[in-house]
Design a protein. Sequence first.
Length: 285
Amino acid sequence: MDFFLLLFWLFFFFTALLPMLQQKRTNALRTELIRRLEKKRRSRAITLIHRQEALSFLGIPFSRYIDIEDSEQVLRAIRLTPPEMPIDLILHTPGGLVLAAEQIAFALARHPAKVTVFVPHYAMSGGTLIALAADEIVLDENAVLGPVDPQLGEYPAASILSVLKAKPIEAIDDRTLILADVAQKAMRQVRTSLEDLLRRKMDEQKAADLARLFSEGRWTHDYPIGTDELARFGIRFRTDMPEEIYRLMELYPQPAGRRPSVQYIPFPYERPYERPYERPERRSR
């Protein structure tokens, strides 16, 4: 009897420890790939990776999005990076809070050295805002960006405003009028932020046109904007994705629980390279 009890406890501890050991090994492999990419490109590599697939918690599905914790971690990683060192951001996200996405986008735009955003699969909504803030975008040939039109709860801001055009004012309830006022402000704020980011690398008129295009609600919020369409819009990008990025994404399978979505080597970098990186002069595109 004692023998079977011992077997039970050994099995219990093994099944409890195995996921922790597997996660530790996965984290070590991720860190190794991040270091390899950093050495190859002489950069600081940061990951902002979310799984859109639902996770199971007591039978209730939930998903990860860009949140304030993400922006705090990414901003800390940027602060720990020397001004002359390039930053590579590996981005895989369905979007999230506008506040958090804008904080990340403007922090990347202010970094003196070159900022490259790699999108191996998709960067929607706030992820697109972050990608457009970079000096260079690298996309997989099949990767997509998305519209940046704000959403108020379950409704697109642009759709709320369309009610004002479809009905006379006396036929619209007070709640819808209040939502329409907030929607108008939200759209103006997002468009202004996009213009500010895009003006750093193109002329004002082109920046204004692209900001309006991405924020006006022309498409549904999950509309995939692929490489052909991005090229027609005049957005410059490359498609030579480093192999390390694909291998890193393989280490983010459908998870069994919550994990940190921002990962980087958590200590300040000195200035180890013989030739400091010089940021190329910005030119209108």
